[in-house]
Design a protein around this ligand. Structure first.
Ligand code: PCA
Length: 211
Protein backbone atom coordinates (compact mmCIF):
# COMPACT_ATOMS: atom_id res chain seq x y z
CA UNK A 1 0.00 0.00 0.00
CA UNK A 2 1.31 3.42 -0.86
CA UNK A 3 1.99 5.93 1.88
CA UNK A 4 1.64 9.70 1.73
CA UNK A 5 3.29 11.93 4.30
CA UNK A 6 1.41 15.21 4.69
CA UNK A 7 2.91 17.82 7.02
CA UNK A 8 1.71 21.17 8.30
CA UNK A 9 3.35 23.69 10.61
CA UNK A 10 2.86 25.00 14.11
CA UNK A 11 2.23 28.77 14.56
CA UNK A 12 5.16 31.15 14.12
CA UNK A 13 5.99 34.85 14.09
CA UNK A 14 3.99 35.33 17.29
CA UNK A 15 0.72 34.21 15.70
CA UNK A 16 -1.72 32.16 17.76
CA UNK A 17 -2.64 29.79 14.94
CA UNK A 18 -1.29 28.33 11.71
CA UNK A 19 -4.07 27.19 9.36
CA UNK A 20 -1.69 24.80 7.60
CA UNK A 21 -1.35 22.65 10.71
CA UNK A 22 -5.05 22.84 11.49
CA UNK A 23 -5.94 21.86 7.91
CA UNK A 24 -3.54 18.90 7.97
CA UNK A 25 -5.17 17.66 11.19
CA UNK A 26 -8.59 17.96 9.53
CA UNK A 27 -7.47 16.01 6.45
CA UNK A 28 -6.14 13.26 8.74
CA UNK A 29 -9.45 13.13 10.62
CA UNK A 30 -11.49 12.53 7.50
CA UNK A 31 -9.07 10.48 5.38
CA UNK A 32 -10.81 7.43 3.96
CA UNK A 33 -7.87 5.73 2.23
CA UNK A 34 -7.30 3.30 0.66
CA UNK A 35 -3.74 4.59 0.76
CA UNK A 36 -2.03 5.22 4.07
CA UNK A 37 -1.87 8.86 5.11
CA UNK A 38 0.68 9.85 7.74
CA UNK A 39 0.46 13.40 9.05
CA UNK A 40 2.63 15.50 11.29
CA UNK A 41 2.90 19.07 12.47
CA UNK A 42 6.43 20.39 12.07
CA UNK A 43 8.16 22.96 14.25
CA UNK A 44 8.84 26.28 12.53
CA UNK A 45 12.57 26.01 13.05
CA UNK A 46 15.12 25.29 10.35
CA UNK A 47 17.08 22.60 12.21
CA UNK A 48 14.19 20.95 14.03
CA UNK A 49 11.88 20.86 11.01
CA UNK A 50 14.39 19.26 8.67
CA UNK A 51 15.48 16.81 11.40
CA UNK A 52 11.84 15.88 12.06
CA UNK A 53 11.26 15.42 8.32
CA UNK A 54 14.27 13.10 8.07
CA UNK A 55 12.95 11.06 11.01
CA UNK A 56 9.49 10.78 9.43
CA UNK A 57 10.99 9.66 6.10
CA UNK A 58 13.04 7.03 7.91
CA UNK A 59 10.13 5.81 10.02
CA UNK A 60 7.32 5.76 7.44
CA UNK A 61 9.14 5.38 4.08
CA UNK A 62 6.47 7.38 2.22
CA UNK A 63 6.02 7.26 -1.55
CA UNK A 64 4.88 10.89 -1.62
CA UNK A 65 5.65 13.83 0.66
CA UNK A 66 3.48 16.95 0.63
CA UNK A 67 4.38 19.81 2.90
CA UNK A 68 1.85 22.50 3.69
CA UNK A 69 2.55 25.89 5.17
CA UNK A 70 1.02 29.31 5.64
CA UNK A 71 1.79 32.08 3.19
CA UNK A 72 0.05 34.95 4.97
CA UNK A 73 -0.60 37.63 2.39
CA UNK A 74 -1.32 35.29 -0.49
CA UNK A 75 -4.94 35.14 -1.61
CA UNK A 76 -4.85 31.73 -3.27
CA UNK A 77 -3.71 28.19 -2.54
CA UNK A 78 -0.32 27.86 -4.21
CA UNK A 79 1.30 24.56 -5.20
CA UNK A 80 5.02 25.34 -5.20
CA UNK A 81 7.13 24.52 -8.22
CA UNK A 82 10.66 25.28 -6.98
CA UNK A 83 12.66 24.92 -3.77
CA UNK A 84 16.00 26.75 -3.51
CA UNK A 85 19.10 25.86 -1.50
CA UNK A 86 18.93 29.08 0.46
CA UNK A 87 18.00 29.94 4.03
CA UNK A 88 17.67 33.69 4.44
CA UNK A 89 15.37 34.53 7.32
CA UNK A 90 13.79 37.95 7.69
CA UNK A 91 12.48 36.91 11.12
CA UNK A 92 13.88 34.45 13.66
CA UNK A 93 12.47 30.94 13.55
CA UNK A 94 10.74 29.52 16.63
CA UNK A 95 14.13 28.51 18.07
CA UNK A 96 15.50 32.02 17.65
CA UNK A 97 17.72 31.10 14.70
CA UNK A 98 17.96 33.50 11.83
CA UNK A 99 20.20 32.10 9.10
CA UNK A 100 21.40 34.53 6.50
CA UNK A 101 22.55 33.55 3.01
CA UNK A 102 23.06 29.97 4.19
CA UNK A 103 22.50 26.74 2.26
CA UNK A 104 19.69 24.42 3.34
CA UNK A 105 21.99 21.51 2.44
CA UNK A 106 25.75 22.12 2.26
CA UNK A 107 26.93 21.39 -1.26
CA UNK A 108 23.42 20.66 -2.55
CA UNK A 109 22.24 21.82 -5.97
CA UNK A 110 20.93 25.39 -6.24
CA UNK A 111 17.33 24.28 -6.62
CA UNK A 112 14.96 21.40 -7.14
CA UNK A 113 11.69 21.35 -9.02
CA UNK A 114 8.73 19.77 -7.27
CA UNK A 115 8.25 16.18 -8.39
CA UNK A 116 4.49 16.40 -7.90
CA UNK A 117 2.22 17.40 -10.81
CA UNK A 118 1.77 21.05 -9.81
CA UNK A 119 -0.29 22.08 -12.83
CA UNK A 120 -2.61 19.10 -12.38
CA UNK A 121 -3.05 20.02 -8.71
CA UNK A 122 -3.73 23.63 -9.67
CA UNK A 123 -6.31 22.55 -12.26
CA UNK A 124 -8.02 20.18 -9.84
CA UNK A 125 -8.18 22.91 -7.21
CA UNK A 126 -9.87 25.19 -9.73
CA UNK A 127 -12.35 22.42 -10.59
CA UNK A 128 -13.25 22.23 -6.91
CA UNK A 129 -13.84 25.99 -6.84
CA UNK A 130 -10.72 26.65 -4.78
CA UNK A 131 -8.79 29.80 -5.80
CA UNK A 132 -5.29 28.63 -6.71
CA UNK A 133 -2.20 29.41 -8.73
CA UNK A 134 1.15 27.72 -9.25
CA UNK A 135 3.88 29.58 -7.33
CA UNK A 136 7.49 29.86 -8.42
CA UNK A 137 8.93 30.73 -5.05
CA UNK A 138 8.36 29.06 -1.71
CA UNK A 139 10.37 31.85 -0.08
CA UNK A 140 13.64 31.39 1.82
CA UNK A 141 12.26 30.52 5.25
CA UNK A 142 11.38 27.20 6.88
CA UNK A 143 8.77 26.08 4.31
CA UNK A 144 11.26 26.32 1.47
CA UNK A 145 13.83 24.49 3.61
CA UNK A 146 11.44 21.60 4.25
CA UNK A 147 10.48 21.38 0.59
CA UNK A 148 14.16 21.46 -0.43
CA UNK A 149 15.07 18.83 2.16
CA UNK A 150 12.27 16.51 0.99
CA UNK A 151 13.32 16.85 -2.65
CA UNK A 152 16.99 16.37 -1.73
CA UNK A 153 16.10 13.20 0.18
CA UNK A 154 14.09 11.99 -2.79
CA UNK A 155 16.63 12.81 -5.48
CA UNK A 156 17.53 9.68 -7.41
CA UNK A 157 14.80 7.65 -5.68
CA UNK A 158 11.12 7.03 -6.39
CA UNK A 159 10.07 9.38 -3.58
CA UNK A 160 8.08 12.29 -4.97
CA UNK A 161 7.73 15.52 -3.07
CA UNK A 162 6.26 18.98 -3.17
CA UNK A 163 4.76 21.73 -1.13
CA UNK A 164 1.51 23.70 -0.99
CA UNK A 165 1.23 27.12 0.62
CA UNK A 166 -2.18 28.16 1.92
CA UNK A 167 -3.49 31.62 2.76
CA UNK A 168 -4.96 32.56 6.11
CA UNK A 169 -8.27 30.93 6.99
CA UNK A 170 -11.18 33.33 7.32
CA UNK A 171 -11.09 35.01 10.70
CA UNK A 172 -7.62 33.73 11.64
CA UNK A 173 -5.27 36.28 10.13
CA UNK A 174 -4.45 39.91 10.74
CA UNK A 175 -7.04 42.52 9.75
CA UNK A 176 -7.12 43.02 6.00
CA UNK A 177 -5.11 39.90 5.15
CA UNK A 178 -6.58 37.86 2.31
CA UNK A 179 -8.16 34.62 3.43
CA UNK A 180 -10.26 31.65 2.37
CA UNK A 181 -12.82 29.57 4.28
CA UNK A 182 -11.02 26.99 6.44
CA UNK A 183 -12.96 24.15 4.82
CA UNK A 184 -11.56 25.12 1.43
CA UNK A 185 -8.02 24.88 2.81
CA UNK A 186 -8.79 21.37 4.07
CA UNK A 187 -10.33 20.42 0.72
CA UNK A 188 -7.28 21.88 -1.05
CA UNK A 189 -4.81 19.70 0.83
CA UNK A 190 -6.92 16.60 0.28
CA UNK A 191 -7.13 17.41 -3.45
CA UNK A 192 -3.33 17.80 -3.54
CA UNK A 193 -2.92 14.38 -1.93
CA UNK A 194 -5.46 12.68 -4.22
CA UNK A 195 -4.06 14.22 -7.42
CA UNK A 196 -0.50 13.32 -6.40
CA UNK A 197 -1.57 9.73 -5.82
CA UNK A 198 -3.45 9.63 -9.10
CA UNK A 199 -0.89 11.04 -11.51
CA UNK A 200 2.88 11.07 -11.77
CA UNK A 201 3.12 13.11 -14.94
CA UNK A 202 1.88 16.66 -15.01
CA UNK A 203 -0.81 17.84 -17.41
CA UNK A 204 0.01 19.59 -20.66
CA UNK A 205 -1.11 23.14 -19.94
CA UNK A 206 0.25 26.63 -20.41
CA UNK A 207 1.34 28.42 -17.30
CA UNK A 208 4.19 30.42 -15.83
CA UNK A 209 4.49 34.04 -14.93
CA UNK A 210 5.82 37.12 -16.69
CA UNK A 211 7.81 38.72 -13.84
N1 PCA B 1 4.99 29.27 6.77
C1 PCA B 1 6.38 29.66 6.83
C2 PCA B 1 7.03 28.71 7.80
C3 PCA B 1 5.92 27.96 8.45
C4 PCA B 1 4.71 28.31 7.70
O1 PCA B 1 3.59 27.85 7.89
C5 PCA B 1 7.05 29.70 5.47
O2 PCA B 1 6.36 29.95 4.48
O3 PCA B 1 8.25 29.49 5.39
Amino acid sequence: MRTVLLTGFEPFAGDAVNPSGDAVRAVAARWSGPERLVTDILPVAFDAATARLAALLEQHRPDIVIGAGLAGGRATVTPERVAVNLADARIPDNEGHRPQDAPVVDGGPAAYFATLPVKAIDAALAEHGIPSSVSHTAGTFVCNAVMYAALHAGAGTSLRAGFVHVPWADGSGPDGAPSLPFDLLVDALEVAVRVSLGAEADIDAVGGEIS
